[in-house]
Design a protein around this ligand. Structure first.
Ligand code: NOJ
Length: 763
């Protein structure tokens, strides 16, 4: 204890005035190595294995954990950290146990699923991606880190960077959608936001990139299910955001629950060592997902002792909630199956994380109890969340310019999601304080003041089937109404008939998306559809505000409702943000980051699909063509789509040269004009297609975008500087290459309305 405390002091003095951080120089790296080596040399085998154990806190549970008393585990040196413990004083107690009661006083990692904000809740990550606003997304992670660290958290299980083309999968809500380029820009921005300036400050926390890898492609869209794909697809379409996050310096990775090449990711040596560490050069530590070593048995991979050994040897360093490492590794070392050097390798990475967090300088670096009151849910943080939320809404239709609504007369606000603050935040709102947040009804009333009257009726439950509704209403979010469907409907129709305009707040509940919240039917549920039909029958102007954590199937709605806006789950400030846009204080600018299908049968549908040898040339059925007998093949709304209250006109794309040399650069430009009558933001998109290559390539791929703001009448020329880097892909030998030949570059407001130009890459 004394010796280790002396070490703390030495490092603290040497690192003054700030804490040690992610090493930036060789000397700093050597200093860290020396410190960690000395520490390891003092540790017993049991102390070492204790550091590799991550038991859960008791506040939030997301699976079956082997439960033992957390406090006694910590005090006896059997935990390297814990997670999802809420509240600065609880965390402090645990940290004190680790520092004061264990022989070496090694501080704990304190993790939490701070996925889209802490108490100031930002929109769900899928919504954030629809803003395409990289600096604002980075800032959301920065704010999340500030608030979480004020509550004692030093490690967040975010960003979740799983690419997904599977809207049945509830966890699409947690990621950035279907595109690897956009996903990569967001992944690195979030790492920067959380980790700040190399983790120096006490408001900078370690990121944990998850779920490595390919978790977003489960068979049948069912959570925890099998994933299988070719290496070429994996490298070209799924891996980029994980790599971008690693390149951005993320301190840790979490392995995924699924199989990769038929081996659970958690024990997959190719994935965790050959790819992540040897090919990508990742230097941090890898933690399992919740209980996933134990789950290997259910995957059909034998018992805990052998799975613990496999997992460690594959390159996993920390065991979350399986109790497998502490139960089995000492024995395995005793039997000579695992060497102490292998334990030390994992241990070193865990201790390095603690060193980089500055916990050896000051184990209470993140335990400034006073900050919990001043730094959380501040006015400034809430404003940032409200502004960003408004940027995430995607206006899908606005026939007759019903939106924005004027603040006058009688406005009917109807629907099961109109008056529930618990359903504003979306999945993983672990530190949310629902009573503090407004319902949409409150947001609307505050927005209109005495200029208009907002009349509310619930109109329906979320589902007619109470069991389905209950499955999507966990964690205290139950909003089931005991009244009969008829009673609810009649009340709503009466309110609607009196109104000048109707706003319907519908869709899915917060917990109908997220972990273990998969759906086979992605339409707006039955009873809400019945309500919509009744509202349409009133003949009043109708706006549908759709809450969802995934692409919803809204084919019928798009044919029958003039105005539709997707608001996802917009966070703690969501109600005000929706009101800002509905009443025209702000102009919607979000664009879809996942394709919206016409029906579930089209899934997986995504814009960057491969070509087929027998392409369909029409939406009508053609025999011996790649299509369906009973549905068209185009999406309802394409990737990148979203309207504004103003209009943007695009010129034709122009290239300053039609020849690109391998070391050179050419510019593709497009001029965008705000041809409407309001200031608005537009997301200008550039795609590239490689029509003839050594292997089949997607029809197009997003390669560049800019989010710009234009006043009415204003034009701006947006330029995409193209180099050979933008043309690279992984070939059959998994080499990242740009092949000389013809390419097409396209620009436009979404992935379909594009003008194109051609150029040749010359050797
Ligand atoms: C399981 C989830 O898959 C993961 O995303 C989360 O970080 C852990 N539980 C911890 O809560």
């Amino acid at each position: 204890m004394k010796r280790i405390k002396a070490l703390f002091i030495i490092v603290a003095m040497a690192a003054l005035p700030s804490y040690s951080a992610i090493p930036a120089t060789k000397a700093e790296k050597e200093k860290m190595d020396k410190f960690v080596s000395e520490l390891i040399s003092r540790m017993t085998l049991d102390e070492k294995i204790g550091q590799l154990n991550l038991p859960p806190g008791e506040d939030i549970q997301t699976g079956d954990a082997i439960r033992s008393n957390l406090g006694s585990l910590v005090a006896s040196g059997k935990a390297g950290g814990t997670f999802n413990v809420k509240g600065a004083s609880k965390v402090l107690e645990l940290q004190k146990l680790a520092v004061e009661k264990t022989r070496l006083g090694i501080p704990l990692l304190i993790g939490m699923d701070v996925v889209h904000g802490y108490e100031t809740v930002f929109p769900i990550p899928f919504a954030l991606s629809a803003s395409w606003d990289i600096p604002a997304i980075e800032n959301s992670a920065r704010i999340a880190a500030k608030e979480a660290s004020a509550a004692g958290i030093n490690w967040t299980f975010s960003p979740m960077v799983d690419i997904s083309r599977e809207p049945r999968w509830g966890r699409m809500a947690e990621g950035a959608g279907e595109d690897p380029y956009l996903g990569s820009r967001i992944a690195e921005a979030m790492v920067r936001g959380y980790q700040g300036d190399r983790l120096k400050g006490n408001d900078e926390i370690m990121a944990c990139v998850k779920h490595f890898a390919l978790y977003g492609a489960p068979d049948a869209g069912r959570d925890y299910n099998t994933v299988d794909m070719s290496r070429v697809r994996m490298y070209n379409d799924y891996l980029a955001p994980y790599k971008a996050a690693s390149d951005a310096g993320a301190g840790s990775f979490m392995s995924s629950f699924n199989l990769v090449d038929y081996v659970p990711a958690t024990a997959n040596k190719w994935l965790l060592t050959d790819l992540l560490r040897d090919q990508w050069g990742f230097k941090g530590f890898v933690v399992t997902d919740y209980g996933s070593i134990n789950e290997m048995k259910s995957h059909g991979m034998g018992d805990s002792p052998e799975n613990s050994v496999r997992t460690l040897k594959a390159g996993t360093d920390m065991d979350m909630s399986s109790d497998a490492f502490i139960s089995n590794l000492a024995d395995a070392v005793g039997k000579g199956i695992v060497s102490e050097a292998e334990i030390d390798k994992a241990l070193r990475r865990v201790l390095e994380a603690k060193y980089m967090l500055g916990l050896f300088d000051n184990p209470y670096k993140y335990n400034d109890i006073g900050r919990e009151k001043s730094d959380i849910y501040s006015e400034a943080n809430r404003k940032a969340a409200r502004d960003l939320a408004a940027e995430t809404f995607v206006l899908l239709r606005n026939e007759g310019k019903i939106l924005p609504i004027e603040k006058k007369g009688k406005i009917a606000l109807i629907g099961p999601l109109a008056n529930t603050s618990a359903n504003m935040c979306g999945t993983w709102s672990v530190a949310a304080d629902f009573p503090k947040y407004k319902t949409l009804l409150q947001g609307f009333r505050d927005a209109v003041g005495d200029k208009a009257e907002i009349r509310y009726a619930k109109g329906s439950n979320v589902y007619s089937d109470k069991d389905i509704e209950a499955a999507g209403s966990v964690f205290g979010r139950d909003i089931r109404d005991p009244r009969s469907e008829e009673e609810l409907l009649d009340e709503a129709v009466a309110v609607a008939k009196e109104a000048d305009v109707i706003v319907a707040a519908m869709g899915e509940t917060s917990e109908s998306t997220g972990e273990a919240a998969c759906r086979t039917d992605l339409t707006i549920p039955d009873t809400q559809r019945r309500l919509l039909e009744a509202l349409i029958a009133t003949g009043k102007p109708l706006v549908l505000i759709n809450f969802s954590g995934r692409p919803t199937v809204m084919t019928w709605e798009s044919e029958n409702i003039p105005a539709i806006m997707n608001v996802w789950f917009a966070g703690s400030e969501g109600a005000d943000a929706i009101a800002d846009v509905v009443f025209g204080e702000k102009n919607p600018s979000g664009k879809l980051t996942a394709t919206m299908p016409r029906n579930v049968g089209q899934i997986p549908i995504h814009y960057n699909h491969m070509r087929t040898g027998r392409p369909a040339t029409s939406e009508s059925f053609q025999k011996f063509r790649s299509n369906y007998i009973d549905s068209g093949i185009t999406p309802l709304y394409p990737f990148g789509f979203g309207l504004s209250y103003t209009d943007f006109t695009y010129g034709k794309i122009e290239l300053d040269s039609d020849r690109l040399s391998s070391g050179g650069e050419i510019n593709a430009s497009v001029t965008v004009t705000n041809s409407g009558d309001r200031t608005g933001d537009e997301i200008v998109q550039f795609y590239i297609s490689d029509p003839a290559a050594s292997l089949a390539r997607p029809v197009k791929e997003l390669k560049y975008f800019e989010r710009i703001s234009l006043k009415p009448g204003e034009s701006r020329k947006i330029t995409f500087p193209i180099t050979a880097e933008n043309l690279k892909f992984y070939n059959s030998d998994l080499e990242f290459v740009a092949e000389p030949g013809l390419f097409r570059v396209m620009a436009g407001p979404d992935s379909e309305r594009l003008s194109s130009a051609e150029f040749t890459l010359v050797e």
